[in-house]
Design a protein around this ligand. Sequence first.
Ligand code: ADP
Ligand code: MG
Length: 346
Amino acid sequence: MAQQIRELDPTTVERIAAGEVVERPASVVKELVENSLDAEAGRVSVGVESGGTESIRVSDDGLGMDEDALRRAIEQHTTSKIRTIDDLEGGLATLGFRGEALHAIGAVSRMTITSRPREGASSGAEITVEGGDVGAVRPAGCPVGTTVEVEDLFYNVPARRKYLAQDATEFAHVNSVVTAYALANPDVAVTLEHDGREIFATAGRGNLTETVLDVYGREVAEAMIEIDGGALPDGPLESVSGLVSHPETNRASREYLSTYVNGRFVTADAVRDAVLDAYEGQLASDRYPFAVLFVEVNPALVDVNVHPRKMDVRFADSEGVSEQITAAVEDALRREGGLRSRAPRG
Ligand code: ADP
Ligand code: MG
């Protein structure tokens, strides 16, 4: 018997597409924080309830949106950040570019955006989307900037909601996302609250070591060694900079490896494994250092358009990238006596 091929109804298509972008509360937080940073915020405040499963609130003092922009922002594939695919080749200045996050989040939650632009408006406006149903734009009193509130994530996608982990686990994912962006943006004051309790607050004074102190505390901040960018061997990378911990300060998880390519948080193996290689023989096999490592590469030599949820990139020459990173980290560790000289091979 011939199989019957049907066209999916728009609601089904939309929820499947939303699931590609939004997997769990931490993916919502990631998208909203990226939007705040792209809007040039000097302050980003994140608050979640019950690990983000009940509510997520991200507010900023960025560029804001007027009523028209609010309406446009929640449509599918609408963005102010790129115009054509060519803009992705030339070195994207923004974290976002797909124009799908707000639309996707609105399809699978109850979302309210309140915003007031920096220029040209004396008051704000707000719009609510519930399971993809868009309400009217209403006037709202609010300061300059944007607040997005997301409640009851996946209330209309029971299969997804059921697979959310316990609140503590969901919160751990939220925490690592906010931490990653706080560390990458020492000039932005980032705060994180869970169930009304402050988890951390960074000063936003532009100092990386101070930001590490705000996020991880004194023990870790004092164990950090600065990478000397001048010592970089030739290769595809233009620079490697940041902080790595003395091997004695380590944890049983990879989540303290914060690595960035051209300002974008990535978990690419070419980068992470290269950092770990520099610690070879210095750490037990299940122990990992702290790192806040920034690499800059010619945008033509890296593809950032891998997958909306995967924090990954692809390099034209990933071996060259790895070698340079390992060399830069080894150099820092050696300088601070964190690296025992290895027995000669052979
Ligand atoms: P993208 O970030 O890929 O452009 P989004 O769906 O995340 O797509 O956002 C759509 C648009 O809404 C953005 O391009 C931007 O113009 C606007 N926007 C979203 N969040 C904010 C914010 N916090 N402040 C100002 N504008 C915002
Ligand atoms: Mg975005």
